[in-house]
Design a protein around this ligand. Structure first.
Ligand code: GDP
Length: 330
Protein backbone atom coordinates (compact mmCIF):
# COMPACT_ATOMS: atom_id res chain seq x y z
CA UNK A 1 0.00 0.00 0.00
CA UNK A 2 1.49 3.31 -0.93
CA UNK A 3 1.11 6.31 1.26
CA UNK A 4 2.71 9.64 0.71
CA UNK A 5 2.86 12.36 3.20
CA UNK A 6 1.45 15.65 2.02
CA UNK A 7 4.30 17.76 0.72
CA UNK A 8 4.62 21.06 2.51
CA UNK A 9 5.45 23.72 -0.10
CA UNK A 10 8.28 26.20 0.30
CA UNK A 11 7.02 29.01 2.53
CA UNK A 12 7.67 32.52 1.21
CA UNK A 13 8.50 35.47 3.44
CA UNK A 14 5.90 38.26 3.58
CA UNK A 15 8.00 40.36 1.22
CA UNK A 16 8.38 37.52 -1.29
CA UNK A 17 4.68 36.78 -1.13
CA UNK A 18 3.75 40.41 -1.79
CA UNK A 19 6.32 40.67 -4.59
CA UNK A 20 4.90 37.58 -6.23
CA UNK A 21 1.34 38.90 -6.04
CA UNK A 22 2.08 42.43 -7.23
CA UNK A 23 4.45 41.32 -9.95
CA UNK A 24 1.84 38.99 -11.40
CA UNK A 25 -0.75 41.78 -11.19
CA UNK A 26 1.50 44.38 -12.78
CA UNK A 27 1.59 42.43 -16.05
CA UNK A 28 -2.18 42.65 -16.47
CA UNK A 29 -3.72 45.09 -18.92
CA UNK A 30 -7.36 45.02 -20.04
CA UNK A 31 -9.14 46.87 -22.80
CA UNK A 32 -12.53 48.50 -22.34
CA UNK A 33 -14.88 50.65 -24.35
CA UNK A 34 -13.32 53.92 -23.10
CA UNK A 35 -10.55 55.10 -20.77
CA UNK A 36 -12.58 54.74 -17.58
CA UNK A 37 -13.74 51.27 -18.60
CA UNK A 38 -10.20 50.14 -19.51
CA UNK A 39 -8.74 51.49 -16.28
CA UNK A 40 -11.47 49.85 -14.29
CA UNK A 41 -11.17 46.47 -16.00
CA UNK A 42 -7.38 46.50 -15.55
CA UNK A 43 -7.63 47.55 -11.91
CA UNK A 44 -10.26 44.91 -11.13
CA UNK A 45 -8.16 42.18 -12.73
CA UNK A 46 -5.00 43.32 -10.93
CA UNK A 47 -6.79 43.41 -7.58
CA UNK A 48 -8.39 40.01 -8.09
CA UNK A 49 -5.09 38.46 -9.12
CA UNK A 50 -3.02 39.89 -6.28
CA UNK A 51 -5.68 39.18 -3.66
CA UNK A 52 -6.27 35.64 -4.90
CA UNK A 53 -2.57 34.84 -5.02
CA UNK A 54 -2.18 35.88 -1.41
CA UNK A 55 -5.27 34.19 -0.01
CA UNK A 56 -4.76 31.09 -2.18
CA UNK A 57 -1.09 30.70 -1.25
CA UNK A 58 -1.80 31.09 2.46
CA UNK A 59 -4.70 28.63 2.27
CA UNK A 60 -2.45 26.13 0.56
CA UNK A 61 0.19 26.52 3.30
CA UNK A 62 -2.36 25.92 6.04
CA UNK A 63 -3.80 22.83 4.36
CA UNK A 64 -0.42 21.27 3.64
CA UNK A 65 0.59 20.86 7.29
CA UNK A 66 -0.27 17.57 8.99
CA UNK A 67 -3.49 17.72 10.94
CA UNK A 68 -3.97 16.73 14.53
CA UNK A 69 -7.29 14.95 14.23
CA UNK A 70 -8.20 11.93 16.26
CA UNK A 71 -6.12 8.99 15.10
CA UNK A 72 -3.27 11.32 14.21
CA UNK A 73 -1.84 11.59 17.72
CA UNK A 74 1.40 10.11 16.42
CA UNK A 75 1.95 13.13 14.16
CA UNK A 76 0.87 15.51 16.90
CA UNK A 77 3.35 14.01 19.34
CA UNK A 78 6.24 14.31 16.90
CA UNK A 79 5.24 17.83 15.86
CA UNK A 80 5.19 18.70 19.57
CA UNK A 81 8.73 17.40 19.93
CA UNK A 82 9.99 19.10 16.80
CA UNK A 83 8.27 22.49 16.78
CA UNK A 84 5.56 22.72 19.45
CA UNK A 85 1.93 22.07 18.48
CA UNK A 86 0.50 25.21 20.09
CA UNK A 87 2.99 27.52 18.45
CA UNK A 88 2.43 25.89 15.08
CA UNK A 89 -1.35 26.06 15.47
CA UNK A 90 -1.13 29.75 16.38
CA UNK A 91 1.04 30.55 13.37
CA UNK A 92 -1.20 28.61 11.00
CA UNK A 93 -4.22 30.38 12.48
CA UNK A 94 -2.54 33.72 11.73
CA UNK A 95 -2.04 32.66 8.10
CA UNK A 96 -5.65 31.55 7.91
CA UNK A 97 -6.80 34.84 9.39
CA UNK A 98 -4.77 36.77 6.82
CA UNK A 99 -6.20 34.70 3.95
CA UNK A 100 -9.75 35.44 5.07
CA UNK A 101 -9.09 39.14 5.67
CA UNK A 102 -7.53 39.37 2.22
CA UNK A 103 -10.64 37.93 0.62
CA UNK A 104 -12.88 40.32 2.58
CA UNK A 105 -10.75 43.27 1.61
CA UNK A 106 -10.69 42.15 -1.99
CA UNK A 107 -14.49 41.95 -2.16
CA UNK A 108 -14.93 45.36 -0.57
CA UNK A 109 -12.43 47.14 -2.82
CA UNK A 110 -13.59 45.41 -5.98
CA UNK A 111 -17.04 46.69 -5.19
CA UNK A 112 -15.75 50.20 -4.62
CA UNK A 113 -13.72 50.27 -7.83
CA UNK A 114 -16.63 48.84 -9.82
CA UNK A 115 -18.79 51.74 -8.71
CA UNK A 116 -16.11 54.42 -9.32
CA UNK A 117 -17.24 57.23 -11.62
CA UNK A 118 -13.78 58.61 -12.41
CA UNK A 119 -10.39 57.26 -13.45
CA UNK A 120 -8.74 58.86 -10.41
CA UNK A 121 -11.18 57.08 -8.10
CA UNK A 122 -10.24 53.76 -9.71
CA UNK A 123 -6.52 54.44 -9.17
CA UNK A 124 -7.16 55.55 -5.63
CA UNK A 125 -9.16 52.41 -4.82
CA UNK A 126 -6.54 50.08 -6.26
CA UNK A 127 -3.70 51.88 -4.45
CA UNK A 128 -5.52 51.74 -1.17
CA UNK A 129 -6.20 48.04 -1.66
CA UNK A 130 -2.53 47.36 -2.35
CA UNK A 131 -1.53 49.33 0.73
CA UNK A 132 -3.91 47.52 3.02
CA UNK A 133 -2.94 44.17 1.53
CA UNK A 134 0.73 44.94 2.20
CA UNK A 135 0.12 45.84 5.80
CA UNK A 136 -2.01 42.71 6.31
CA UNK A 137 0.71 40.44 4.95
CA UNK A 138 3.41 42.32 6.86
CA UNK A 139 1.51 41.58 10.04
CA UNK A 140 1.98 37.84 9.60
CA UNK A 141 5.72 38.10 8.83
CA UNK A 142 6.71 36.37 12.05
CA UNK A 143 4.18 33.58 11.61
CA UNK A 144 5.38 32.92 8.07
CA UNK A 145 8.93 32.70 9.35
CA UNK A 146 7.92 30.27 12.09
CA UNK A 147 5.98 28.10 9.65
CA UNK A 148 8.90 28.11 7.24
CA UNK A 149 11.27 26.89 9.95
CA UNK A 150 8.71 24.30 11.04
CA UNK A 151 8.57 23.01 7.48
CA UNK A 152 12.28 22.16 7.59
CA UNK A 153 11.96 20.38 10.87
CA UNK A 154 8.86 18.46 9.82
CA UNK A 155 10.73 16.92 6.94
CA UNK A 156 11.82 14.49 9.64
CA UNK A 157 8.27 13.22 10.08
CA UNK A 158 8.21 9.62 8.91
CA UNK A 159 5.98 8.57 6.05
CA UNK A 160 3.85 5.92 7.69
CA UNK A 161 0.25 4.93 7.23
CA UNK A 162 -1.63 5.82 10.39
CA UNK A 163 -4.62 3.74 9.35
CA UNK A 164 -2.85 0.37 9.18
CA UNK A 165 -2.51 -2.07 12.07
CA UNK A 166 1.16 -1.74 12.98
CA UNK A 167 3.82 -3.98 14.51
CA UNK A 168 6.85 -2.25 16.00
CA UNK A 169 10.01 -4.33 16.42
CA UNK A 170 12.24 -3.61 19.41
CA UNK A 171 15.43 -5.03 20.87
CA UNK A 172 19.15 -4.30 21.21
CA UNK A 173 21.28 -3.62 18.12
CA UNK A 174 22.32 -6.73 16.13
CA UNK A 175 19.67 -9.02 17.62
CA UNK A 176 18.05 -9.37 14.17
CA UNK A 177 15.38 -6.64 14.03
CA UNK A 178 15.95 -5.54 10.47
CA UNK A 179 16.33 -9.12 9.36
CA UNK A 180 12.96 -9.98 10.86
CA UNK A 181 11.24 -6.94 9.32
CA UNK A 182 12.60 -8.01 5.95
CA UNK A 183 11.45 -11.60 6.51
CA UNK A 184 7.95 -10.54 7.51
CA UNK A 185 7.53 -8.02 4.66
CA UNK A 186 6.40 -8.86 1.16
CA UNK A 187 8.48 -6.08 -0.40
CA UNK A 188 11.79 -4.58 0.61
CA UNK A 189 11.21 -2.26 3.59
CA UNK A 190 11.67 1.45 2.95
CA UNK A 191 13.65 3.70 5.23
CA UNK A 192 11.71 6.71 6.55
CA UNK A 193 13.33 9.59 8.44
CA UNK A 194 12.60 9.86 12.14
CA UNK A 195 13.44 12.62 14.61
CA UNK A 196 16.52 12.01 16.79
CA UNK A 197 17.90 9.07 14.88
CA UNK A 198 20.02 9.35 11.80
CA UNK A 199 19.25 5.73 10.95
CA UNK A 200 15.56 6.35 10.26
CA UNK A 201 12.97 3.62 10.66
CA UNK A 202 12.43 0.66 8.36
CA UNK A 203 8.85 0.39 7.14
CA UNK A 204 7.61 -2.87 5.63
CA UNK A 205 4.21 -4.43 4.95
CA UNK A 206 2.65 -7.87 4.90
CA UNK A 207 -0.79 -9.18 4.07
CA UNK A 208 -2.81 -11.74 5.98
CA UNK A 209 -6.22 -12.48 4.54
CA UNK A 210 -7.57 -9.22 3.17
CA UNK A 211 -5.78 -7.04 5.64
CA UNK A 212 -2.45 -5.24 5.24
CA UNK A 213 -0.18 -4.84 8.25
CA UNK A 214 2.69 -2.44 8.69
CA UNK A 215 5.96 -3.61 10.31
CA UNK A 216 8.41 -1.08 11.64
CA UNK A 217 12.05 -1.51 12.55
CA UNK A 218 13.38 0.97 15.08
CA UNK A 219 17.18 1.17 14.87
CA UNK A 220 18.57 3.72 17.27
CA UNK A 221 15.21 4.13 19.02
CA UNK A 222 14.03 1.09 20.93
CA UNK A 223 17.52 -0.32 21.34
CA UNK A 224 18.60 1.45 24.48
CA UNK A 225 16.90 1.80 27.85
CA UNK A 226 14.46 4.73 27.90
CA UNK A 227 15.90 5.84 31.23
CA UNK A 228 19.16 6.62 29.43
CA UNK A 229 17.47 9.08 27.08
CA UNK A 230 16.90 12.76 27.55
CA UNK A 231 13.34 14.05 27.83
CA UNK A 232 12.93 15.04 24.20
CA UNK A 233 14.41 11.83 22.82
CA UNK A 234 12.16 9.86 25.12
CA UNK A 235 9.12 11.74 23.88
CA UNK A 236 10.08 11.08 20.26
CA UNK A 237 10.47 7.38 21.05
CA UNK A 238 7.31 7.10 23.11
CA UNK A 239 5.40 8.68 20.20
CA UNK A 240 5.65 5.18 18.72
CA UNK A 241 2.93 4.08 21.12
CA UNK A 242 0.42 6.03 19.02
CA UNK A 243 1.54 4.13 15.97
CA UNK A 244 2.06 0.63 17.38
CA UNK A 245 -0.74 -1.86 17.96
CA UNK A 246 1.70 -4.50 19.13
CA UNK A 247 5.41 -4.65 19.90
CA UNK A 248 7.56 -7.62 18.99
CA UNK A 249 10.56 -7.63 21.31
CA UNK A 250 13.54 -9.61 20.05
CA UNK A 251 15.97 -11.29 22.42
CA UNK A 252 19.20 -12.88 21.25
CA UNK A 253 20.14 -15.66 23.68
CA UNK A 254 23.24 -16.44 21.58
CA UNK A 255 24.55 -13.06 22.72
CA UNK A 256 26.37 -12.86 19.38
CA UNK A 257 24.92 -9.36 19.17
CA UNK A 258 27.34 -8.42 21.94
CA UNK A 259 24.66 -7.86 24.58
CA UNK A 260 24.20 -10.06 27.61
CA UNK A 261 20.76 -11.59 28.18
CA UNK A 262 20.62 -9.82 31.52
CA UNK A 263 20.92 -6.44 29.77
CA UNK A 264 18.47 -7.45 27.05
CA UNK A 265 15.90 -8.39 29.70
CA UNK A 266 16.46 -5.03 31.39
CA UNK A 267 15.69 -3.30 28.09
CA UNK A 268 12.56 -5.43 27.75
CA UNK A 269 11.40 -4.24 31.19
CA UNK A 270 12.08 -0.65 30.24
CA UNK A 271 10.05 -1.01 27.03
CA UNK A 272 7.22 -2.69 28.96
CA UNK A 273 7.11 0.21 31.35
CA UNK A 274 7.26 2.89 28.68
CA UNK A 275 4.63 1.25 26.51
CA UNK A 276 2.31 0.06 29.24
CA UNK A 277 -0.97 -1.21 27.89
CA UNK A 278 0.45 -2.27 24.53
CA UNK A 279 0.70 -6.02 23.96
CA UNK A 280 4.30 -7.22 23.71
CA UNK A 281 5.28 -10.47 22.01
CA UNK A 282 8.62 -11.73 23.29
CA UNK A 283 10.65 -13.62 20.71
CA UNK A 284 14.00 -15.40 20.93
CA UNK A 285 15.94 -15.09 17.69
CA UNK A 286 18.92 -16.97 16.26
CA UNK A 287 17.46 -20.34 17.24
CA UNK A 288 19.82 -21.81 14.62
CA UNK A 289 22.62 -20.92 17.04
CA UNK A 290 21.14 -21.28 20.52
CA UNK A 291 17.85 -22.77 21.68
CA UNK A 292 16.79 -22.15 25.28
CA UNK A 293 14.11 -24.00 27.23
CA UNK A 294 11.98 -20.88 27.70
CA UNK A 295 8.32 -20.51 26.78
CA UNK A 296 9.01 -17.70 24.30
CA UNK A 297 8.49 -18.02 20.56
CA UNK A 298 11.72 -19.23 18.98
CA UNK A 299 12.71 -18.04 15.56
CA UNK A 300 15.55 -17.62 13.16
CA UNK A 301 15.22 -14.46 11.14
CA UNK A 302 18.13 -15.79 9.11
CA UNK A 303 16.58 -19.09 7.98
CA UNK A 304 12.95 -17.99 8.31
CA UNK A 305 12.15 -20.64 10.91
CA UNK A 306 9.30 -19.56 13.19
CA UNK A 307 8.63 -16.30 11.34
CA UNK A 308 5.15 -17.47 10.22
CA UNK A 309 4.36 -18.17 13.88
CA UNK A 310 5.26 -14.60 14.78
CA UNK A 311 2.95 -13.33 12.04
CA UNK A 312 0.22 -15.69 13.26
CA UNK A 313 0.63 -14.49 16.84
CA UNK A 314 0.50 -10.83 15.74
CA UNK A 315 -2.61 -11.35 13.65
CA UNK A 316 -4.54 -13.30 16.27
CA UNK A 317 -3.52 -10.89 19.01
CA UNK A 318 -4.68 -7.89 17.02
CA UNK A 319 -7.95 -9.60 16.17
CA UNK A 320 -8.61 -10.36 19.82
CA UNK A 321 -7.74 -6.84 20.91
CA UNK A 322 -9.98 -5.53 18.17
CA UNK A 323 -12.88 -7.70 19.31
CA UNK A 324 -12.41 -6.86 22.97
CA UNK A 325 -12.32 -3.18 22.26
CA UNK A 326 -15.27 -3.54 19.91
CA UNK A 327 -13.63 -1.37 17.29
CA UNK A 328 -12.17 -1.58 13.86
CA UNK A 329 -8.57 -0.66 13.35
CA UNK A 330 -7.67 2.99 13.26
P1 GDP B 1 19.40 -5.36 14.11
O1 GDP B 1 20.54 -4.45 14.40
O2 GDP B 1 18.70 -5.77 15.35
O3 GDP B 1 18.47 -4.88 13.05
O4 GDP B 1 20.08 -6.73 13.57
P2 GDP B 1 20.24 -7.28 12.07
O5 GDP B 1 18.94 -7.72 11.52
O6 GDP B 1 21.01 -6.30 11.30
O7 GDP B 1 21.12 -8.56 12.35
C1 GDP B 1 22.39 -8.47 12.96
C2 GDP B 1 23.25 -9.65 12.57
O8 GDP B 1 22.67 -10.84 13.08
C3 GDP B 1 23.34 -9.82 11.08
O9 GDP B 1 24.65 -10.21 10.74
C4 GDP B 1 22.35 -10.95 10.78
O10 GDP B 1 22.71 -11.67 9.66
C5 GDP B 1 22.46 -11.77 12.05
N1 GDP B 1 21.22 -12.51 12.30
C6 GDP B 1 19.97 -12.00 12.35
N2 GDP B 1 19.09 -12.97 12.59
C7 GDP B 1 19.80 -14.12 12.71
C8 GDP B 1 19.46 -15.49 12.99
O11 GDP B 1 18.30 -15.86 13.15
N3 GDP B 1 20.48 -16.39 13.05
C9 GDP B 1 21.77 -16.02 12.87
N4 GDP B 1 22.70 -16.96 12.94
N5 GDP B 1 22.13 -14.75 12.60
C10 GDP B 1 21.16 -13.83 12.54
Amino acid sequence: MSYRQKRIPTILTSKELLDKAFKRASNIKKKGVDRLDSTKKSALAKMTTSGDIISGTLDHYVRSFPSFRKGEEFNAELVEVLVGVDDLKKSLAALDWCAKKTSELERAYLDRVRRAAEVSEVHQGRKEFYGRLSSLVDQIGKSLKFVSEARWKLKKLPVVDLSLPTVVIAGYPNVGKSQLVERMSTARPLIAPYPFTTKGIGVGHFKEGWRTYQVIDTPGLLDRRLEERNRIERQAILALKYLADVIVFILDPSESSGYRMEDQLALLESVKKGFEGLPIIEVENKVDMVKTGSERLKISALTGEGVQEVIGRVVSLLHTTEKEAGRVFR
